[in-house]
Ligand binder design. Sequence first.
Ligand SMILES: [Zn+2]
Length: 322
Amino acid sequence: MATGLAVVALAAVPARSPAPSIAPGPPAGGSGRAVALTFDDLPLTSEACEAAVAREVTEKILEALAEAEAPAVGFVNASRTCGEPSPALRDAVLEAWLDAGHDLGNHTWSHPDLERTPLAAYLEDVDKGAVPVDSLLELRGRRLVWFRHPFLHVGDTPEKKSGLATHLAENDWRVAPVTVDNQEWVYAYVYQAAIARGDTALGARVAVAYLDHIDDAFAYFETRAREVVGREVPQVLLLHANRLNADLLEPLLARVRARGYRFVELTEAMEDAVYAREDPYTGRGGPSWIERWAVAAGGEPSRGPREHPWVTETYARLRSGR
Ligand SMILES: [Zn+2]
């Protein structure tokens, strides 16, 4: 059923038209645009965390990354064993990412929300999540470097924010920012539900809308980078390990490439001086780092493009079980 839907979805994906007209093109004098790809919630987003699905999603995402010769970092919630009594399936997924040449980061043990969790409990969850990921990396002579905040929540109070930042720094863990923030998770939920119901038409419609949305998110944050930083920056895209990307990553990466991007390691993207800038944002929500730099410059953080209204409506309907 999943494979059938994937075929329909891919066949239904047109080239975007009309092309967005706001971008004056890649920055002059460089090698064009660059983006680092990151995938959160490994081994698989919780809505569909079943072993067979995790295996299939992993295989297809890694295949699409290999095809595009794109490096990525996968951010792990190590508590997710996908219905299995042991972490064997989880570790098999993580090993597959490492075998394919990608890096892994810590996304906490159980995906707590810093806004709803006392700092001490949150830090415990961070440390617990680091252990299995670090062990797998150590077996390969590497070490855990990256941390990605669940919900991109870095702290809604100065105490929480500095407490967490200090803890990460003491462990030599680097914060993985996100610049191309987006509503992929809403599309993913509706897509997954469409598959579960065998609703091929809805799946295909979500697929088309999703690819347009990611294009819109890139266009938006390219513009925002020019407004806030004065130039474009190497971008960091946030996606998740889910069925949506298993089925759509190939055309998605083709679209990104068509915007003039090459795919780079997160480490390379972050060599750009802009990533040494302070993130002064303390508050609720998790805006793009470009919006945090806007706050540093005395501006207001703005939100990126929302999902299509019919997707919002379908999401709400499905969530309420209607
Ligand atoms: Zn997450």
